[in-house]
Design a protein around this ligand. Sequence first.
Ligand code: GLN
Length: 534
Amino acid sequence: MTKYIFVTGGVASSLGKGILAASLSKLLQARGFKVTNQKLDPYINIDSGTLNPYEHGECYVTEDGHEADLDLGHYERFLDIRTHKMNNLTTGRIYKSVIEKERRGDYLGKTVQVIPHITDEIKRNITALGRTGDYDFVIVEIGGTVGDIESLPYIETVRQMKWEHGRDCLCIHLTYVPYLQAAKELKTKPTQHSVRDLQQEGVQPDIIVLRTEHPINDTLRRKVALFCNVDERAVIQSADASSIYRVPLNMQAEHLDEVVLQKTGFDLSRVPTADMTDWNAFLQKLEGATEEVRIALVGKYVQLQDAYKSIHESLSHAAAYNNRRLVLTSLLSDDITAENVADKLQGQQGILVAPGFGQRGMEGKFIALRYAREKNIPCLGICLGMQAMAIEFARNVLGYTDANSVEMDERTTHNVIDMMEDQKTMLNKGGSMRLGAYPCRLNKGSRVYQIYKQEQIVERHRHRYEFNQLYQAEFEANGMHCTGVNPDTGLVEIIELEGHPWYIGVQFHPEYSSTVLHPHPLFVSFVKAAIEQK
Ligand code: GLN
């Protein structure tokens, strides 16, 4: 029987429900269980593809081409699994499907309502994961905060599932315990209120996790247990951690996995303990590194920490495996000029030019890229970053001063990034972006081949435009080699500069597939080159 564990949040947002959910999954997985995570997003967008990164941070892309919430990235990085469209649900998708059914007449004349039609649809999507027979545990994270209008149908679904599945279904509620400096006291009242909100909606949490900046004592634990109607053992403290990757170990020390197993009916003496050896080895490297590696991230959403989440995490995995402490400086590309570029990039050992959409900040990217290219600083361009590499090269090396991408301008004489046939076909089919995993063949003898150590790779995409193959021969003749191409369409996926210590642009997004136990080879190699630089 698949067990369903819901993770809800109260008091405030951004308490780390995603990390908590991923950490619990990690601990259960490390005990030998088959686990997956699902994120339910209460917003009405169909997916996060149309959301500005300032809204909910980066848009994460699954192998099957779903534009997902960034928490799916945490699940993949923690669990070393692949997630799919099924692992993410939004209110928009639920309503769309219910409305389509209504139009088809599936509801046989009934009035279509939130209960039972919307809640049934939510339930069907949650239990679909269990019905695959692939999982012992499905850990379901509900976005937003309890008490929000948007999350009501989801909490109602939890109520129904707890009633239907008995002890095969639990609710973990994550809240915040503020510390009042003046009174020198931790306050549990917001937690009590938030649990009351949940109870009002018919759900009694089984476990309460208290996010706190100060350690919680037994008296306080007892108080929360008593007022919130849970076992004392089921009041778990989640103190601020030095790194998100420490949270699974903190949760293990608090016996979160044990409490979950006991409450779902397992005999603990018959369940293996969690083997966290490899995880610990990574953490030792991550936290033990003393020497630093300095990387600059050039992008246009750098003010928001979550906008390039997967890139940050991939770099931190790569730094750890290179025994270095990552010092990441984010640079807003709009601020980079020919006059200040040397100052801004002073002391940086590697430069990463980020993905993105639209015109803003492009000139700054070209300037940073030219600097990296001419000064032999290791440089990785991702998606728009790779496209910018191609344009900068066409302008400053090939001498096409008007070179551009069709995305940036009206058509110029030299659109080195253009809309290809492939894209036109996609537009005709109603899609507008190349999304999800595509194969790529690497040239033997190239640097990327040395890095990946295989000829055929698969990487995830999210873009509209492509390197214009009309320019391929000319680029190659001048030292910019197209060393990775799509074997079916010939589309250029990788460019790399000859005679430079490390200058590689990739049309795909390697950052989506770096995990704690399998850091992405491209990032590992990039960071290594940066270290060797100076
Ligand atoms: N805007 C570019 C395109 O659509 C690049 C997209 C990206 O960086 N993800 O092709």
